[in-house]
Write a protein that binds this ligand. Sequence first.
Ligand code: SF4
Ligand code: SF4
Length: 376
Amino acid sequence: MLYTEFGNTGAVVSRLGFGGMRFETPEKIDEMAAVVKHAFDAGVTYFDTAPGYCDDKSEIICGKAIKEMKKTGRPFYVSSKTMEATPDGVRRQCERSLERLNVDAIDFYHVWCLVQPSDLPERKKKGVLKVFRALKEEGLIRHISVSTHLELGHIETMLEEGEGLFESMLLGLNIQNHHLRYAGVQAAAKRGMGVVTMNTLGGGILTKYPDHYRQIVQPGDASILETALRFNLSLPEVTVALVGFRNIKDVDETIEVVNRFKPISPSGIDAISEQMRSLYREFCTQCGYCRGCPQGIPVVRLMEAYNRGMIEGMEASLKHMHYHWNSTDVPAVIAACTQCHACEEECTQQLPILARFEEMKAAYEQMQASGKGMED
Ligand code: SF4
Ligand code: SF4
C-alpha cells in the first residue's frame, strides 16, 4: 500500500481510498461491512461515504465495519458529507452521520455537491460555513472539506469563496475529464489542501466495458483499472484516489494494482488524456447530478442505457432500458420532458442529453416500424 501526508492536515493516509458508493448488495449490511474491514486489513485507511449512498445504507455499513476497526487500535480516517443548505440541516445531518458511523468525530466532513458556481455563495449566505466552523470547534468534525464537480476556473473561485476553511477537496477526476479538472487540483494543492479523486474509474464505466477501453490500456498494465488508477495516482497533487468497491474481489484486485504501482510520466499523462479526449469523451459517468428532473424523468438511467448504445448500437440501449430498468417505451418515458435543459446544466460531462433522448426515440420508432421487438 502507498501512504502519504494529507495536505497540511497532519494525517497520513493510504493513497487508495475506499469509496462507499458501490456496495454490491447494500441490504446485506454484515456482508458489505466485511468488505470494508477487508480493505482496512489490507492497508486502506481512508474511507469515504455519505448519506444517501447505496439506498442510504453506506454509512450504516461503514459504521458496522468501524466498530471492528476501532478494536485494532490502528488509525483510519472517515469522510462523510452534507448537501444541506441551512445551519440546522447541516447540524442534524452531521449528528445523524456520527451516530450511524459509530465515531465521536468525522475526520473529513464535506460541503457536498457544489455543481453550479452559485452553489457555495448561496449556502454561505445561509450560514453553512459558519455551522461547519462551529462543528469543528465543538470537535464533531476534524477537518472541513469540500466536494465538487465544478470545472476549470470555477474550482479556484470556489476555493477562494471558502474563506481558507477548506483543508481538503474531493472532486471527480479521471482519464476522461482530467483536462477539465486538473487546474483545480493544482489550485487546491497550492493551498496545502489534500486532494481526493472520486470517479477514478469513470463511475465504474471504464471497468464495466474493458474491451471498449482496450486502446487506452498502457503497455505493461493488466487492465483499464490499472491504467486509470495509475493515471490518478501519478498526479503529484492527488493525495487519495477513491475506488468504489462492490465486493472483496474488487478490493483484492485493486490493492494488487496499487502494490505494483509505477508512476506515469507527466508527458505520458498528457498523452493518455489527449487520447481519451479524442476517443471517449461522450460517456456518461453516472455521477447522478442530473437526477433532480422536475418531471421525474430518469435521466441517469436513460444516459446509462445510452452509454451501452454507444458501444453496442442504439437498439442495445433500448433493450438495456427494457431488461435493466424495466422501461420498454422510451418515447413514453421522456414524453413529459419540457426541454427546460436543467439536466444539461447540471451535467458534469456537459453531455447533450436532449439530443440523446431524440436519438433513442428515433431508434425506438425505427424498431417499431420494422416490427422488431425487444426480444429479437
Ligand atoms: S430537460 Fe427534460 S429531462 Fe432534462 S430536467 Fe428538464 S424536463 Fe427533465
Ligand atoms: S448525464 Fe451527466 S450529470 Fe447525468 S449522470 Fe451522466 S454525466 Fe452525470
